[in-house]
Structures are given as C-alpha cells and as structure tokens.
Ligand binder design. Sequence first.
Ligand code: ADP
Ligand code: ZN
Ligand code: ZN
Length: 739
Amino acid sequence: MYASVIIEISHESLDRTFEYKIPERLEGKIEVGNMVKIPFGKGNRMITGYVTEIKKTSEYPPEKIKELEGVVKNTVSVAEKQVLLAAWMRKTYGSTMIQALKTVLPVKKNVKQLEKRKVILAVSKDEARAELSEALKKNRKAQARLLSELIEAEELPEKLITGKLNVSKTAITALEEKGILKTEADRVYRNPFSGKNAEGTAKILSAKQQAIVDSVMKDFYGGVRRTYVIRGITGSGKTEVYMELIKRVVREGKQAIVLIPEIALTYQTAKRFYERFGDRVSVMNSTLSEGEKFDQFERAKNGELDVIIGPRSALFTPFMNLGIIIIDEEHETSYKSEVMPRYHARETAEELARISNATLILGSATPSLEATYRVKKGIYKEFVLDERLNGGELPKVNVVDLREELKSGNRSIFSRKLQELITDRLGKKEQIMLFINRRGYAGFISCRACGEVIKCPHCDVSLHQHNNGLLICHYCGYTTESVKICPKCGSKYVSGFKAGTQQIEEKLRQMYPAARILRMDADTTKNKDSYEEILSAFANNEADILIGTQMIVKGHDFPNVTLMGILAADMSLSVGDFRSSERTFELLTQAAGRAGRSEKPGEVVIQTYQPEHYAITLSAKQDYEAFYEEEIAFRSLMDYPPVSHMLSVLISSKDEERAVGVANDLALGIKKQYEGVHLIGPAPAGISRINDMYRYRFYVKDSDEERLNGMKLELEKEFKDPKYKNETIVIDYDPMNMS
Ligand code: ADP
Ligand code: ZN
Ligand code: ZN
C-alpha cells in the first residue's frame, strides 16, 4: 500500500503530494488525514505531513519509494471529506494546501497538558499479548511492563505509567506510533448545567415555526439537501427552530454544527443548548486553548458529541456523520477569516454540506445580500418569521435630521429629541442605550449644513482624508484637494465627524450629572471578563445609560431598555466600502431591536445628516425587502458582489515606490491577459502603512468566478519570481475588509 503525503512546509514550490510506501506493520492503521512522519530529501530528514490518499499501486519504481515512519501522536486525523474541503478552500481562497489543511484540523501544541492524560489500549488483548511477547523477546522491558499492566487495566493515567511504572514517554510514544495504544486527555468536560431535564425546556412551536421544521424535514427525510434562509427578527423564535431541527437530525443518528458569532456566544445561548441536549453538546470559543479545541474535536470524532456550538472554526469539527449545519446571524462579517486561507464560513459551510450531504440553515434578521440574492435566484429557500414571540411591540423609530439641529443652533452631539427622551427615561427609571459606530474615525468628510458626503466620482464610496489633507478613494486611488466649502450648498461647516465613546461619556456626565453611566468599547473591555461584567451590571440595573460601540447591539436582552439612541448613523454609511449601506441597515435594524423587548414600549432615535438615505429610511421602517431591492440595484449597476465577484490584491513593501510599481505591473499583466476585465486601482489601502510596510491594492471585478480563480493562480505563480522576494502579496476573494 502507498500513501500520498502533503508535506508540512508552507512553501509554494513544495505544494504537491509525495508518495511513500506504507510499512506492513502500519497497513490498515493509516487513514487519509493522518499526520505522519516521513524521511524527506537527500538527507532523509524526518519531517511531518498529511496523508491525502491511500492507494494500492504507485507510478514510481519501488526502489525509489521511501517508507513512511509512523503516525505522529497527538494529532487528530482529518476525515477524507475534510481533505476535500481543504482542497476546495485552497482553490477558492488561495493558499497552500498545507495552510488549508491546518485550518481544517487543529494540531495539539500544548504539550504541558500531557500530564493530565491517560493511556488506552488500542488493540485487542490478544494482539497486545503478541506485542508483549515480542517486547520480551527483544528485551524491551519498559514496553513489556506497560503492556502487561494495560492488558489488565485497559487504560491508565499517564502519570502513573511514567511515575510508578517507571516507563519513559519514549516507550509510550513508540507503542502509540505502532498503533498498539493511544493517549487521550483525561479531562472531564463538565457540563455546567447538568442535572436539568434535557427535554423539559422544549417549547410548543408556533404554526410558523412548525411549518419551517416540517418543510426542512420533509426534504431531509426525502433525501433532499439544500440551503435554507430563515429571515426572522430577533425574538421571532429562530433558535427554537434550530433546536427542533437538530433534535430530529440527531434522532436520525447524525450530528449538528451550530455557528454563532463569537460576540453573541453568551452564557444564555450556551445554557439553552445544554438544557436541551445535555452532555451531548459542547461549546467552543476563543478562550479554549489549541489543546482543548483538539480534545473537543477528538470527542466529536469518537462519537461522544451530537452538537457543537462555536464561532467560525467550529465548522471543522470532524463529525463522522454530519447532518445539519446552522449559521446564526449569517450576515456577520466575523464569518470571514482575515488570515490565509481567507475563507467565508457561509460559502465553506455550503461546500462542507455538499461534501457531507448535510442540510444548511442560514438565520438572520437581516440576511446578507449574498444569501438573499441566492434566494431570489431560487438556489436557497427562504422562510420568514415576522413576529416576536414573547410579546413586545416593534419600537417607534424617530429619524432626526442633524442639519436641522445645526440650523436651530444646537451644536451638541445630542439632538433635542434625544435629550428630551433621555430626560424622560431617567425620570421613569427606565434604561437607555446609546450607540456610536466604532468606525467613526474612518476620516470621511461631510457637510454639517446639507449632509453632503464627499464621494469618489468613479466608485460612489466616500473619500478618506489623509494626514496630508488630501482626499483619497481607497478603491481606485482618485485623489483631490481637501474640501473647505461644501460643493453642494456652499456652507463652510465641512468636516469629519470625530466623536468617540469617551467624549460622549464626558458630555453626558456634564449634561446628566445624576445619571449612572457605563461605557463599553475596546478600551473598557480589554480584560477577558469585562465584557460580561459590564453587560450583567447593566442587566442588574446598576446603571441608567450604557454607551457603546457595535458590541452593545448584538443579541442581548435588556427588558428595561426603552430608549435606543443612534448618535451618528452616517458613520457606518461613509466608511468608503461598497457594503456600507448594507452594514448600516443591519446595524440600525439590530439596534432598533434592542429597545422595547418587554411590555414597555420602546423608542429609537436615529441621528443622521442623511435622513433621506434608503439605508436609514428603510431600516426605520424595518423594510428588508425594499432595502434589498435598492441595494442590489446599486451592486448590479456598479458590478459589486454578489452580482459580480471581486479579487482584492494587496502588495506590501518597505519601499513605497516598489509597492506602487509592483501593484501596477501585476495589474497591467492581468489587464493584458484577460480581455474586458474590470480593473480598479491600484490605490493606497485603507491603512496605507503598517509596520513601515507600504500597502497598495488593486481590485479585479468579474462576474465569472472561474476566470477570477484563474487570475488568482496566475498572480500567485507570477509572484514566485525572485524579483518579488522583498514584497508580499495577499489575495482576497470577495473581500469584506478593505483596510
Ligand atoms: P430568535 O432566535 O429569533 O431571537 P428565540 O428562539 O430566541 O428567537 O425566541 C425568542 C424567545 O421566544 C425566547 O425566549 C424563546 O424561549 C421564546 N419562544 C420561542 N419559540 C417559542 C414558542 N413556540 N412558544 C413560546 N415561546 C417561544
Ligand atoms: Zn452642504
Ligand atoms: Zn474611486
């Protein structure tokens, strides 16, 4: 038997498989996805690699094929379908195969934890006895001692073996690599909510919820697997539907992956799943170490779990029989990875579902344009849940025109309407949330008198002011002198909007000295627990006002909040990104959803210089359909995703001229080779210099995905030329982030 092995060196020129012979003792023990030790190169240096294929014959002459050495311990093998998934990720997002494989499987790095491990016999007792007599014959005393103990006990703590039994780790490893025994973490994964009746908390589904479950399961039982979108406002019962679907899929002997944005993965969410699925569910988050993640994956592989909940990377849980993948808050930008391979969890989940023959569910109050685009094309099936289940009217939304405030002489950050409502709520002892977009420092310029935002004439996105005063478009590089007088109305109140959370807090303290104020932003949440601490303090009514960035908008239920103030809706509208309207619509819709979650009616104030902008008027009306129509027309007109597709090609260099020059050369090469391709830039990136590396970027737009894939490969190949050894290139397919 032979194995094709991808070697563990992240080097483009070695990004292919090598063939090794499988020694007889390991035949049947090596599977696709195992990490193996192999001799490599002239000096037969021992390195590691992954088995991607096992075959009976080899094209190479037998004397030229080396034998592989053994399986590396403490690694999870990827299932064959994960190798396929990695190959797809590599092709779609561009990276080496080894980078893609490493994304798909966690490697145990935390050797310290070995102390808490146990050693388990991995073969039958008869086989172990055979091994024991061989060890005795060869005078391997330590191995023999270990084997005879294990034949008795079947499993032993590693500490006891290396201690009392006086068997070295090397001896354990040797037997492990031979497949005689295995070691495992001896952690007890405590279910923090155990003891509860797992089935007890299921709700009787509403007719609408039941219809979704019936429809999806009818397909499922009929062997049909597809992607469904559940569009439902917060509180409309989506999670309850997910849990019911999971219950049924698990009943069929299959497993479920639930993706939730890290920020929304709260104690409450975890608790709901634990109460429903007991010890068969596990929660993953970024506070887990690599070693702990590894152990979770191992449990999944061993069939100890039915459900895993976690952020993006939970997608790679190696279930044997995956039946359903659920992506909650599917529109969230955190589903896109910002390191190679720059995969999007939604697209990757779709591929994984295809490979595993699983169902995919996308849930959101404001599905991404990508998802709804596919719904409209008939590729995905959509369900709508449009009522809140435990009461609570949708809030009244007031859009305040900040230009009018200026005209009436109010130059503060708080409009008169907002001030009036804050005073009112403080008096009633009800709570207030004030939201300001963190991207407020993005550097766009607008007119305070008429609301005009200075935009690129070619790309229809906001221009950014640089330190030298020039205004630059980060897509195409268009540059113009800074504007002192509004080109539309002639007013001299043209400036950037620079208020941050801290300034707002100070102003608020001056205006309402008696109010108790909490602030939540990157500064106040540096500690691991401060995020939960602030939220629980607010939930316990220890403060009247919570000021914060995006963090306060997501998924928390505060029944006593009856006023939500959005201080400058324009900030997210003007980030110079083609997705800015979508982001704004999402944020405003979500923010509005925060107010009035109980019997007390809620009210929302949206302050803006562009009250007529469709993202604002339509989010105030919570009209998703109308927003989608407006927005898709813009994307279509400008050839932006999802109608068309886009590659971002980012070149960094210590030498600014080189960065521009290389970007220009590569762009020119593409233009020559691909007729009719739509090229934008090069231009300085959103952050034009990081660590003294100058960053220039160009974009390629094309409706043909395959053609873009071709260009990506072409660029990667071209970039291997030694003349580019001092530059780096990062290619991003359908980018979410332009900084
Ligand atoms: P979403 O995930 O859309 O925000 P949830 O599933 O969390 O919605 O439901 C919102 C609230 O309504 C939760 O408190 C949930 O327990 C409750 N709920 C959901 N479905 C039902 C139902 N069929 N009957 C009664 N209460 C329900
Ligand atoms: Zn103006
Ligand atoms: Zn432009």
